[in-house]
Design a protein around this ligand. Sequence first.
Ligand code: PGA
Length: 253
Amino acid sequence: MPERRRPYVAGNWKMHKTVAETAAYMDELKRVLPADPPADVGVCVPFTALAAAVEAARGTAIKVCAQNMHQQAQGAYTGEISAPMLVELAVNGVVLGHSERRQYNCETDRALQDKVPAALAAGLEPILCVGETEEERDGGETERRLRHQVQEALEKVPPEQLGDVVIAYEPVWAIGTGRVATAAQAQEAIAFIRALVGDRSKEAAERVRVLYGGSVKPDNAAEILSQPDVDGALVGGASLDPNDLAAIVAACG
Ligand code: PGA
């Protein structure tokens, strides 16, 4: 029997919180989290708040992640941030391919193909986001879309490293809408994503953590997190309150 995957609950703050607000948030999060939480806990914070979040998380198990990264280590890419810059700040991971970046910032599967291995090579844990739009779901295109996103983004990751990637299944129609996927929808899509990883490596499929994201709140988390293939949650709006994030972590227990 393979070891149970440890759940992971990551809060995606998006474009919220100044340095001062970050320090206050982290104080509160440390106060409300139990000493031995039933899940890994992470916060994905704006670039400007990374140093403050890392400082506040020192000596705790809280992971600090960036929300994007360029695939090159350096170069003429105005406004971009590279993996070595994040590593220097002792950041633990990075969200890649969030649907808001795909929608508003021209993030492509082609760039993700280089971003995911670049993060891994630098020692950053990538949280790769995938998910279909409402139109794609209604048109019966969910699996085709997920297959394309997962296969393309992971194409250059060697099989033995696939299990180190965290994947977040985030149906676009559920993000920030209050319309959470049903537990059955989340389980079905996440089992499909795990099977796609399994096409590359059976061992990686057992090990890879696949999270659900999209309107996760304290009152709906337990049902989704109880699904056998759902290994945690990427939480947007609700993560802005450390008490709500802690309540979602508790729902993993
Ligand atoms: P939401 O966002 O929880 O506010 O729906 C999730 C995400 O975008 O990661």
